[in-house]
Design a protein around this ligand. Structure first.
Ligand SMILES: C[S@@+](CC[C@H](N)C(=O)[O-])C[C@H]1O[C@@H](n2cnc3c(N)ncnc32)[C@H](O)[C@@H]1O
Length: 230
């Protein structure tokens, strides 16, 4: 069995499984695997999905956040409508798109996920630089909308600027990991930066404080508790 054959088989595996289970793309499994490992999404969460077409990640997100949650997705390409998700078409490097996405998510998110990829030119350094630029745009956006303690996931093509990017993410989040989900193609240079515990200004508290809450009352459930309700 050649390595190439094994790679092809594994590629077909996720593709076929996605078809069988009704996911829009094999990429859905990458988010499922990241979520399983890092516990990112929870019932009621407000999620923004950057580079969302054709909608595989949004499909996973909307299922995990449930009817109380909110999912907004954006892409350069048009996305087939999906129940429970607001899709926008636009370029996340364009401030006008950023404003539209901010408006659609009400200026607040618990989790920002980005699977944005540049058009692959085949020139490694160019593709890497473009991928880093998209990550920086995603990080800047996340900094504007994330709640305190919020999470950020971003796909990046590895290369010499990767460590600088990691430094920028680490400056804003308490816990930053690099992950390589099983559903990523083994030949790909992509990895995912998974950042949790946003410690920026956090424009909003993680959950709206109940009106009747008084000093000394029990605090709202933690992200983990909210993720796994009884
Ligand atoms: C790998 S696909 C995303 C797959 C998606 N996560 C899914 O599960 O269906 C990468 C997407 O990033 C989008 N993209 C690249 N640059 C972008 C930009 N500047 N603004 C918005 N979307 C962008 C591409 O159009 C492409 O659809």
């Amino acid at each position: 069995m050649s390595r190439k054959w094994l790679r092809e088989r594994s590629k077909d595996f996720w593709y076929k499984l996605a078809k069988k289970e009704g996911w829009r793309t094999r990429a859905s499994f990458k988010l499922m695997q990241l979520d399983e490992k890092f516990e990112l999404l929870f019932e009621g969460a407000r999620v923004v999905d950057l580079g969302a077409a054709p909608g595989g990640w949004s499909q996973v997100a909307v299922e995990l956040v449930g009817p109380e949650g909110k999912v907004v997705g954006v892409d350069l390409d048009r996305i087939e409508p999906m129940e429970g998700v607001t899709f926008l078409r636009g370029d996340m490097t364009d401030p006008e798109t950023v404003s539209r996405v901010m408006e659609a998510c009400g200026g607040v998110a618990d989790v920002v996920i980005s699977d944005m990829s540049p058009n692959i030119s085949g020139a490694y350094a160019t593709d890497h630089a473009r991928s880093i630029h998209l990550c920086e745009m995603a990080l800047e956006f996340a900094g504007k909308v994330l709640v305190r303690d919020g999470a950020f996931v971003c796909k990046v093509f590895e290369g010499d600027m990767f460590h600088d990017l990691l430094g920028k993410v680490r400056a804003q989040f308490a816990d930053v990991k690099v992950a390589n989900p099983a559903a990523s193609r083994s030949a790909s240079s992509e990895v995912y930066v998974v950042a949790q515990g946003f410690r920026g200004p956090g424009r909003y508290p993680p959950l709206a404080k109940p009106k009747e809450w008084q000093e000394g009352d029990e605090l709202p459930p933690s992200r983990k508790e909210r993720r796994k309700p009884e």
